[in-house]
Design a protein. Structure first.
Length: 289
């Protein structure tokens, strides 16, 4: 398959980003890919591994405060089997972030030994942060750089506008050069991104989206769903998404004028409650097998 064909589902911008990332790769020692722990497949750019080739890589499973901890642990060991280091983090509270620098050092330990043998003791380690929009890249950088210590710099020979941040003694981060898009024209991916709110609600039908989410929850997290909306008495299995939405709307007393169930309001509530983890810690993509 030609390159043009493989990337045809990306907007034209993807080509630009790929070039920018490749141009900046030689400035860094490793790449840290931030993903959303609730959707570890859909929140990745499927071309990234090709773009970064054999640069040492670490995965940060962010938003783990909202993801199912047992699933996050399974994903971490799945990546480990593939030889990729992954750490669960939560940039909202900062949990897990103290592991970042030590893990990168571990990832680069052979290289660090080589540098030291060449007399480069305490050589600055540089890591490029990459990730699709909304996974928490700015939150991560702000937390690591403690906001005030962020520095913006144009280094010579580098694409203008590259943003560097110092996060510790001899440790710098480079923000994603360009926008790294998800594979959002794959309907499955688009749907998962919409569930989490990474795709704006204006461009999707809210009731349809909430109905689909309810079907996924009915199959994977039925106990949590039942507990949140007090549906323990009901057999949820035969119900379609829209029927679940109506049931929830009725249970919450969401009636429109004329006594009909206000499914629009119910759908906004369901999506909000999923996105703020009020429904519980949920992972929508499981490890295969
Ligand atoms: P980006 O640079 O990759 O586009 O992502 P950004 O840091 O802007 O984060 C996107 C949203 O995700 C923000 O919420 C941010 O607060 C939230 N977020 C980031 N990391 C975490 C995390 O580990 N856990 C949780 N629960 N949320 C996280 P927002 O609604 O856009 O803004 P706000 O709520 O911060 O005002």
């Amino acid at each position: 398959m030609s390159e043009a064909q493989t990337i045809q589902w990306f907007p034209g911008h993807m080509t630009k980003t790929r070039r920018k990332i490749q141009a900046s790769l030689k400035l860094v020692d490793a790449v840290a890919e931030i993903i959303d722990a609730r959707i570890p497949v859909s929140s990745r750019n499927p071309e990234l591994h090709k773009i970064i080739e054999n640069k040492p890589r670490i995965i940060l499973m962010n938003k783990c405060d909202m993801a199912d901890p047992s699933q996050t642990a399974r994903w971490v060991s799945c990546y480990q089997k593939e030889g990729v280091l992954a750490i669960p983090v939560d940039c909202k509270s900062g949990r897990g972030l103290n592991q970042f620098i030590p893990k990168v050092r571990e990832l680069l330990k052979d290289r660090i030994i080589q540098w030291e043998q060449k007399g480069m003791v305490n050589r600055t380690i540089r890591v490029m942060i990459v990730g699709i929009p909304n996974v928490g890249k700015s939150s991560f950088i702000n937390r690591m750089a403690k906001q005030n210590r962020a520095k913006v710099e144009d280094r010579p020979g580098v694409t203008r506008g590259n943003q560097w941040f110092t996060i510790g003694k001899a440790f710098d981060l480079l923000d994603t050069p360009g926008v790294l898009w998800p594979k959002f024209d794959d309907p499955n991916v688009g749907e998962k991104l919409a569930f989490t709110g990474a795709v704006k609600d204006q461009i999707v039908d809210t009731e349809q989206l909430a109905s689909r989410l309810l079907e996924v929850l009915r199959d994977e997290y039925s106990a949590m769903l039942a507990a949140r909306y007090k549906l323990e008495k009901y057999d949820l299995r035969p119900l379609q998404g829209y029927e679940l939405l109506e049931l929830i709307g009725r249970k919450r007393g969401m009636l429109a004028s004329g006594g009909e169930i206000d499914t629009e309001r119910a759908s906004i509530m369901v999506l909000d409650e999923f996105r703020s983890a009020k429904l519980g810690k949920i992972t929508l993509e499981q490890v295969n097998g």
